[in-house]
Design a protein around this ligand. Sequence first.
Ligand code: FES
Length: 109
Amino acid sequence: MKWIKLDVDLSKEEFVELIMVDRKKICLVKHQNKLYALANNCPHAGGILSGGWCKNGNIVCPLHRYAYNLETGKGLPGQNDYVDVYPIEEREDGFYVGLQEGFWKRLFS
Ligand code: FES
């Protein structure tokens, strides 16, 4: 796992926004005073989750309104899909997001 410090303004009470972390598009969400990091593309048909909104602990995709749990990434019952979620860690100097190293990088490091 590679931990990367978030370089974003976290002062807003609630937000859903696109950030780039290590050349990867991440949907960063602050909801009810907690941070979440998810893959930015919806697994249903590629909708942009950072254009969505939060409802009942889920991120809602703006395209067809599929919803994914902010904690687990699991889709609502009946969707049978999920979105990748990334761990967030608070350290003394800020917040970090954990990204899994790619297959080839793990193989050759
Ligand atoms: S693309 Fe996200 S719900 Fe269809």
